[in-house]
Design a binder for this molecule. Structure first.
Ligand code: FCB
Length: 470
């Protein structure tokens, strides 16, 4: 049996574009994800977020769902183009009202609101002006943060500036498998910097508008990178620099790692980093958000045979691993989820202990963890997702192990509350603990939702005898 700290925050997570729908209602402007999903061939099945889970129109029902689950917190994201349609100028009142009702509805149910400012839905107008590779976007983001802080800062408990800037920069601008589908490695590194800068400016803007005791955070999808053998140490270092230290460096230490600058010298001279930017990116944070799904395995590639690219993401026009031409991403042993991601919770324990070692004063919070599985509806009308329960159980046990090892982990959010629009995979990949019927939009609790409710109520995992994956 594993026990979690007394004030451990138990939650579920979603993101605006993945659940809201109502893409062109009440003054919402288009985002890069509307453009992406409306472009034929980019999303599996031609799916779009136009309707998504219709959460925008089913807010009360979904709030009741959260209350029935008994979670102490809910992580949602604010759609920038709903609040500020073109990414500049005054707020769209109707958009702000929606989030205001959401936050009030959470507080009325005793659920702590955890708001992400940016979960990938950049206003299309800002992309047209250059997007994240363009420095001005960081300032626009700070303005938006200020508006959000003014509107909701008296009630939101925890602010997360960015969700997974790794994906925004490298999947959006290097491999192009995410919006805005650009394959320009140098621009992707400029995007990395302007996301870091935007984060720092946004924290400043929120500190001046939000409640004094509001918590500031950012969510990173840190990669737990392992090498196949000792000869792969430099491949591990390179991947770690690009994936992890490109963000941890400026945000937590106020400087880019020197090896990252050297590794990428053939792609960019980093002249977009101006004096003072790195200091701006480093703002005091209260907690670091960590999203974890699986570890990453690399090997030095010496040019023999085809280079493996099994990094868990679709292959795009270029590699998201800029200047890692001699690094292979090796397929890991199963079992796998529906995403083809291997299940290995030991990476989560190791990652949390590494963060604790490197940043002993920075508490962490698992802002996403979960799995997609086929989830057939059984003859009894229910979804018996024993595989998801097993996944969640293993990963929560891994969190508890890290806590036992000294890591200060403050909370855990299941990805996701409900089945939703899984980016370029459309609705084919189901991550919810609650099923959403694509025809009727009806919400049905999967077995994992019942299980999670019991875990949350007990504040501990039930006794379970399961073999650790090797
Ligand atoms: C993360 C995203 C989230 C969801 C999960 C499966 O990278 O932050 O929106 O798509 O993956």
């Amino acid at each position: 049996m594993t026990t979690f700290p007394e004030h451990f925050l138990w939650g579920t997570a979603t993101a605006a574009y993945q659940v809201e729908g109502a893409w062109n209602e009440d003054g919402r402007g288009p985002s890069i994800w509307d453009t992406f999903s409306h472009t034929p061939g980019l999303v599996a099945g031609g799916d779009t977020g136009d309707v998504a889970c219709d959460h925008y129109h089913r807010l009360e029902e979904d709030l009741d769902l959260l209350a029935a689950l008994g979670v102490g917190a809910y992580r949602f994201s604010i759609s920038w183009p709903r609040v500020q349609p073109g990414g500049t100028g005054p707020v769209n009142r109707a958009g702000v009202d929606f989030y205001s009702r959401l936050v009030d509805g959470l507080l009325a149910r005793n659920i702590s609101p955890v708001a992400t400012l940016y979960h990938w839905d950049l206003p299309q107008e800002l992309e047209d002006a250059g997007g994240w590779p363009h420095r001005d976007t960081a300032s626009r983001f700070a303005d938006y943060a200020r508006l959000a802080g003014e509107a909701l800062g008296d009630r939101v408990r925890t602010w997360i500036t960015l969700n997974e800037p790794w994906c925004s920069a490298y999947l959006g601008y290097a491999s192009g498998v995410h919006a805005p589908a650009r394959a320009e490695p140098a621009a992707a590194l400029a995007a990395v910097h302007h996301l870091n800068l935007g984060h720092g400016l946004a924290v400043q803007a929120l500190r001046s508008t939000a409640a004094k005791d509001a918590q500031m955070s950012v969510t990173l999808n840190l990669h737990h990178v392992r090498g196949v053998s000792e000869r792969d140490a430099d491949a591990v270092r390179r991947a770690d620099a690009l994936a992890n230290r490109a963000f941890l460096g400026p945000m937590l230490e106020g400087a880019y790692p020197r090896d990252l600058i050297a590794d990428t010298a053939s792609v960019t001279d980093w002249s977009f980093v101006r004096d003072g930017d790195e200091a701006t990116a480093r703002q005091p944070l209260d907690v670091l958000g960590v999203n974890y799904y699986n570890p990453t395995l690399v090997r030095r590639w010496d040019g023999d045979g085809p280079r493996e690219t099994a990094d868990g993401h679709q292959d795009g026009a270029a590699s998201p691993w800029i200047a890692c031409e001699d690094v292979e991403f090796v397929k890991q042993p199963g079992p796998y989820t529906e995403m083809g991601w291997n299940i290995d919770e030991t990476g989560l324990t190791e990652l949390l202990l590494r963060l604790h070692r490197d940043y002993p004063d920075m508490p962490t919070m698992i802002t996403e963890n979960g799995a997609a599985f086929p989830d057939p509806v059984a003859a009894d009308g229910r979804v018996h997702d024993a595989d998801r329960i097993d996944y969640l159980h293993r990963h929560l046990a891994a969190v508890s192990e890290a806590i036992a090892g000294g890591a200060d982990v403050r909370g855990y959010f299941v990805w996701s509350l409900m089945d939703n629009f899984e980016w370029a995979h459309g609705y084919a990949k189901r991550f919810g603990i609650v099923r959403v019927d694509r025809e009727t939009m009806e919400r049905t609790w999967k077995d994992s939702a019942h299980w999670y409710r019991d875990v949350v109520a007990a504040g501990e995992l039930p006794a379970r005898d399961f073999a650790r994956h090797a």
